[in-house]
Design a protein around this ligand. Structure first.
Ligand SMILES: NC(=O)c1ccc[n+]([C@@H]2O[C@H](COP(=O)([O-])OP(=O)(O)OC[C@H]3O[C@@H](n4cnc5c(N)ncnc54)[C@H](OP(=O)(O)O)[C@@H]3O)[C@@H](O)[C@H]2O)c1
Length: 329
């Protein structure tokens, strides 16, 4: 089968398309013929081995797992002898995270993994896009922020993959949502339904006092120190990216004014928790209550270009990879 393949850490050009053996099916596995996956900033970090700390998890000298990608959306091709929940022909979606290997024509996932049936009304591209961002945005808002109706939240980086989903979910949770983005993304972000949108290139969202119960920096471009004054007493600052400052603030815990800062590693949650959230996403896809934003779509053969674009840090929503069957698969 065709797959994207990494032989070393480096720029997008280290990605090649190779013919590799199809996965061997274990009794509880579902074999999925992929139609769509995504490229995220995390995929770019795993490809480049940068920041270097990531190599502790992905391999010290070269990528331990040569096939990148986590998002799964396709059709069940075959099932292991013990599988009861899926049948060949079922449309399914989910994720292989934290073990990338989805950027291939065929992917095997355990039936108890983060996998669900894909509702008829949802496309493979939408499901792949949302599986990555929902599995980050939902635990941040529900479990870390414990967002409640009537609370005020600022979502920084609202045009990004996690941001577009976070804005929609926070609104559905009944929060008062302020979203930031740059000028050319204002119309997109406003279409997601926040109460207020801030053009971050024209206004400093931190230049306010006691305005928000939650500040969720989805792109890791701010700091707790800079945002602290904008938080209400007892407020929480959340960021998706690791830094020495956030680690120090997490060790300090809740400060005298009741404010605190946190980064969560949603990708490393238990499979059972992710599976529950993929099932929740399935119900939202069936009801049509969550919208995917797809910036660009590339065929698998052009995955290096997709990585180069994602690495610019300017994408809106998601970058999807279309995987079409080849004769050799
Ligand atoms: N902690 C976890 O478990 C976890 C899980 C998944 C992902 N992540 C991390 O989360 C981060 C965000 O992922 P993503 O896929 O949502 O990112 P993304 O889609 O690549 O974000 C792109 C958006 O960032 C905004 N942006 C660029 N520069 C900015 C700046 N200086 N200030 C504010 N916004 C800026 C841009 O919008 P505007 O220019 O319009 O503002 C752009 O649309 C990544 O670093 C990823 O590795 C963490």
């Amino acid at each position: 089968m065709k797959a994207a393949y990494l032989t070393a850490y480096g720029g997008p050009d280290v990605l090649a398309i190779r013919d590799i053996p199809a996965p061997v099916l274990a009794p509880h596995d579902v074999l999925i013929r992929q139609h769509a996956s995504t490229v995220s900033p995390a995929d770019c970090a795993m490809r480049s081995g940068n920041p270097a700390l990531i190599r502790l998890f992905t391999g010290l000298t070269r990528p331990r797992q040569p096939v990148p990608g986590g998002a799964v959306a396709g059709v069940v091709e075959a099932v292991g002898a013990a599988v009861t929940r899926y049948r060949p022909g079922d449309r399914v979606f989910g994720t292989t995270d934290p073990h990338p290997n989805a950027m291939a024509e065929l992917v095997a996932l355990p039936e108890e993994g983060a996998l669900a049936l894909l509702p008829e009304r949802a496309s493979y591209a939408d499901a792949a896009a949302l599986s990555y961002s929902f599995l980050t945005a939902m635990p941040y808002l529900r479990d870390e922020a414990q967002l409640k109706p009537g609370q005020s939240i600022l979502i920084h980086g609202a045009a990004g993959s996690i941001g577009v989903v976070a804005v929609q979910l926070a609104r559905q949770m009944g929060a008062i949502v302020t979203a930031t983005c740059s000028t050319h993304r204002l119309a997109l972000v406003e279409s997601l339904g926040p109460d207020r949108t801030i053009d971050r290139t024209a206004e400093d969202f931190t230049a306010t006092s006691a305005a928000y119960d939650v500040i969720f920096d989805t792109v890791g471009k701010s700091s707790f120190a800079a945002c602290r004054e904008a938080l209400k007493p007892g407020g929480i600052y959340l960021t998706t990216t690791p830094s020495l400052a956030i680690a120090t603030n997490m060790l300090r815990g809740t400060q005298a004014d009741g404010k605190r800062a946190k980064m969560a590693t949603t990708g490393l949650r238990k499979t059972a928790d992710k599976a529950r959230d993929i099932e929740l996403l399935r119900t939202m896809l069936a009801a049509g209550t969550l919208r995917a934003v797809i910036d660009r779509t590339y065929p698998l053969e052009r995955i290096a270009e997709a990585h180069a674009y994602v690495e610019t840090g300017t994408k809106a929503g998601d970058v999807v990879i279309e995987i079409t069957p080849s004769l050799s698969a």
